[in-house]
Design a protein around this ligand. Sequence first.
Ligand SMILES: [Zn+2]
Length: 143
Amino acid sequence: MRLRADPGREPGRVRLPAATRAESRRITKALGALGFVLPGTLAQRRTRCGNPGCKCHADPPQLHGPYWWWTRKVGAKTVTRLLTDEQAADYQDWFDNARRARQLLAELEALSLGVVDTDPRSARRPGGRKPAAAADSPRSAAP
Ligand SMILES: [Zn+2]
């Protein structure tokens, strides 16, 4: 069995500043500490039923609920499930964890993109155009 590489280690020939390696370790450590994650959103909603004689159709209407609605995308469909107050309280952290995971992943992607952008081998692009950073630097250096 191979040992898992230190996520902050320099991958092969890519040279990383110590600060970049430390940032990578901070993010992956935070991701690893998250635990369970639930997709979608949890919101409280009041509803109207299908019975026209019900108080929810009266004037003024007395809507049912509030209920906890958990909605998430499954493929192209939005799936809704009702949760009890107790479930909503128990799972709230898992929704928060999912949001945090998305933030951390976005940070890790930005950090990784920065590494590629500053890699001297990234000078070549399709069509022979110079990368924006290299094209911009003489302009930004000019007074
Ligand atoms: Zn009703």
